[in-house]
Design a protein around this ligand. Structure first.
Ligand code: ADP
Ligand code: MG
Length: 385
């Protein structure tokens, strides 16, 4: 177990005459025993980052250290790291026992009896002790993935690197394995980086999440921090399903003027902007209030385009003003009746709006985590009984 640090870590690939900056000057400090999820769209540099930590790719510049020692010049074998990939790559002609023992036989001076005990222990932890004499071909996808994890666990590494390990599993098994993996990591207490492109996986699994885009680290924080206090438009739009709604607007005194509406900013937010600034207003679907009282004159007039039932909540797609396309998605209580074609008014509560600089994308104002204390309290109360 150890802390893991990346400092100015950069990887540039040469492709003919072109240079591809896969990982761009990343600083990342991961605590001993922490579970960090590295998340971002395909091609953002996640695998390259893991491969550099594992020693499979050499950084173009920057350092990587484990437990305070720089390791970027060490071979993969000299690093105390185990990596699990999306493809299990088990040896088909070997039994589960053989697959799990193989790395130990090759790279340690453990006796056969010690190896056997280590493999049996890991198999019990993973619930595959009854499969030790089977070949991979006789296992389900979930069981194969457990063997791949077992192969990593038996090495008792200082750091685990997992690259989209659940992507080949069906949705139900994936959800189950997520919980199991979290539990396992918690029990083993090994510093872990888990890579995924799936924001739900990132939100639900990580102690902290590191969000990557275009090779650059966009934000590192707890899931709640990144969700409620996104550093920029990219993070705000990446986390959350359905995604945050965005509107281009210009600041006019204490009013936002967009193509679809004007919005009065409270003093606290207005003080953070400058007159004439181009901004982006962000509001999460679940923060929007919808009034269907025909006599109301407050809020922004809108027409419901489609109601998409999710069960507990429904996604409502709306057209604002005289727009021809839906420009807004709101989540409303599943028991509330709203129909397509209905005229309504929408409200953006001032304590839930976000403002971003239109040019840089950086956050100017976020809803504060303290405003969502109530949500956390409800969550705690439910899980306590
Ligand atoms: P992710 O895992 O987030 O999908 P990768 O780390 O695999 O992304 O890739 C990041 C970028 O680096 C991509 O643009 C990819 O095409 C490029 N890349 C990755 N490996 C190589 C390589 N060996 N040679 C050239 N370009 C590469
Ligand atoms: Mg990848």
């Amino acid at each position: 177990m150890a802390e893991l640090s990346l400092t100015g870590t950069t990887k540039v690939f040469k492709d003919g005459g072109d240079e591809i900056v896969a990982v761009d000057n990343i600083d990342l400090d991961i605590e001993d025993g922490e579970f960090v999820v590295l998340v971002g769209p395909s091609g953002c540099g996640k695998s390259t980052t893991l491969r550099m930590i594992a020693g499979l790719d050499k950084p173009t510049s920057g350092t990587i250290s484990i437990g305070g020692e720089a390791i970027q010049d060490r071979s993969p074998q000299e690093r105390d790291i185990a990596m699990v990939f999306q493809s299990y790559a088990l040896y088909p002609h070997m039994t589960v026992r053989g697959n799990m023992a193989f790395g130990l036989e090759e790279s340690t001076d453990m006796t056969d009896a010690e190896i056997d005990e280590t493999v049996t222990d890991a198999a019990e932890t993973l619930g595959i002790a009854n499969l030790l004499d089977r070949k991979p071909g006789a296992l389900s996808g979930g069981q194969q993935q457990r063997v791949a994890l077992g192969r990593a666990i038996v090495r008792n590494p200082e750091v685990f690197l997992l690259d989209e390990p659940l992507s080949n599993l069906d949705a139900k098994l994936r959800a189950q394995m997520r919980t199991e993996l979290q539990q396992l990591q918690d029990d083993l207490g090994v510093t872990t980086i888990y890579v995924t492109h799936d924001q739900t996986e990132a939100m639900t699994m990580g102690d902290r999440i590191a969000i990557l885009d275009g090779g650059r680290l966009q934000q590192l924080g707890t899931p709640m921090e990144c969700y409620h206090e996104p550093a920029n438009v990219f993070v705000a739009g990446f986390l959350g399903e359905p995604a945050m709604n965005f509107f281009d607007a210009t600041v006019d005194g204490a009013t936002l003027v967009s193509e679809e509406f004007t919005y009065a900013l409270p003093d606290e937010i207005a003080a953070k902007t400058t007159d004439g600034a181009e901004v982006v207003l962000g509001i999460r679907p679940e923060s929007i209030d919808i009034t269907d009282d025909p006599d109301s004159s407050e809020g922004i007039p809108a027409t419901i385009d489609v109601v998409e039932p999710h069960g507990d909540e429904n996604a409502v797609h709306l057209r604002l003003g005289d727009q021809s396309e839906p420009t807004l998605t709101a989540m409303i209580d599943g028991m509330r009746y709203l129909a397509s074609g209905q005229s309504v008014r929408v409200h953006f509560p001032t304590d839930s709006v976000h403002l971003f600089d239109a040019e840089s994308g950086e956050a100017i104002h976020n809803r504060q985590l303290t405003n969502v204390d109530r949500v956390q309290e409800i969550g705690t109360a439910q899980s306590a009984d």
